[in-house]
Design a protein around this ligand. Structure first.
Ligand SMILES: CC(C)(COP(=O)(O)OP(=O)(O)OC[C@H]1O[C@@H](n2cnc3c(N)ncnc32)[C@H](O)[C@@H]1OP(=O)(O)O)[C@@H](O)C(=O)NCCC(=O)NCCS
Length: 291
């Protein structure tokens, strides 16, 4: 079999007008790979992909790049550069242009940008069943850090006595950021400030102080807490989880079993990977699809 030739590709920063085509590719790429493995698509429709993409391109602190070949967009990638740890994704290449080196170039662009921005490390979350993305990220230097289980449903237990969950307010910023530093060892202030203003975040209080937060109980949200019961209170407060679900670190066996015994169902296995600085978390947490 003759090797496929690598196409000429140019990379540039994504513009708002690129959103419809990037969203189409994003939807097609995820739907194709998920379908071929018998999993539901990460994004339910091209319209949902369009919503995600325009949010990514318009959020301050996110850097999105597109790959073009023969005058058309063939893929895109994003870097969350709002903290000292950079988050990568979603990266997608048009299904008819995959396996030709474009994904590697898009990853390298995000890594070069992160390096210029002075990040201490980078993270991403990949679908564990996807051989190609696992191989690509590993060969670029990313290490597997944590197996994750994407879970969906509504917990049978709706609250935990002694823990109060309430909507987060802008005045909770310092407490939430302190939790990020305590559990993960890095500041997430810029992202938290944006999210708290949007009004969808929640905090949990125990004995009069904030012991956990969730930017959203969703694929595109992360949560950080001192203990499993703090995180369980946040999870139990959600009627459902946004997108495919929340991602529970499977090695947190007590939390994972609590989720299962509460009726949550596994949607798909995923993997957290990192390059550069990685501090083993000291607490309970759920990553977002970005990290
Ligand atoms: C993942 C994705 C972005 C990669 O982009 P791509 O252009 O197809 O990938 P590339 O051709 O640049 O690189 C793929 C690499 O994996 C290697 N590879 C592919 N299948 C492999 C396998 N089964 N085992 C080992 N290596 C494999 C290729 O040889 C290539 O390595 P090389 O660069 O050393 O030659 C793209 O396939 C895609 O959009 N997939 C669907 C959406 C998705 O899953 N996105 C990732 C979300 S985390």
């Amino acid at each position: 079999m003759s090797p496929k030739t690598q196409p000429d590709v140019t990379l540039r920063r994504a513009l708002p007008e690129d959103c419809p085509e990037c969203a189409r590719i994003c939807y097609e790429a995820f739907a194709t790979i998920s379908r071929s493995h018998g999993f539901p698509p990460d994004l339910p429709s091209p319209e949902a992909a369009a919503g995600v993409f325009s949010a990514l391109v318009s959020t301050p602190g996110l850097y999105c790049v597109v790959a073009e070949s023969e005058g058309r967009i063939v893929g895109s990638n994003c870097l969350d550069e709002r903290s000292k740890i950079g988050g990568v994704g979603p990266i997608t290449v048009d299904p008819d242009a995959q396996n030709l080196g474009i994904g590697r170039k898009l990853m390298q662009a995000a890594m070069d940008r992160a390096h210029q921005q002075g990040v201490a490390g980078m993270r991403l979350v990949q679908a564990a069943f996807h051989n190609r993305s696992l191989s690509l990220y590993s060969s670029l230097g990313f290490d597997v850090r944590e197996p994750l289980s994407c879970l969906q449903g509504r917990t049978l237990q709706r609250a935990i006595p002694g823990f109060t969950v309430r909507p987060a307010q802008s005045t909770d910023l310092d407490a939430c950021n302190a939790l990020s530093r305590q559990v993960h060892g890095f500041d997430r202030r810029a992202e938290l400030a944006q999210v708290l203003q949007q009004g969808a975040a929640r905090v949990v209080e125990r004995e009069g102080r904030i012991t956990g937060y969730a930017t959203a109980l969703a694929f595109f949200g992360h949560a950080t807490a001192e203990t499993n019961p703090d995180l369980q209170s946040l999870i139990a407060s959600a009627e459902s989880f946004g997108g495919p679900g929340i991602m529970v670190p499977t090695r947190n066996a007590a939390l994972f079993r609590w989720c299962l015994s509460n009726g949550l169902r596994v949607v798909q296995p995923m993997t957290l990977m990192s390059i550069g600085l990685y501090t083993e978390p000291a607490g309970a947490w759920l990553p977002s699809i970005m990290f």
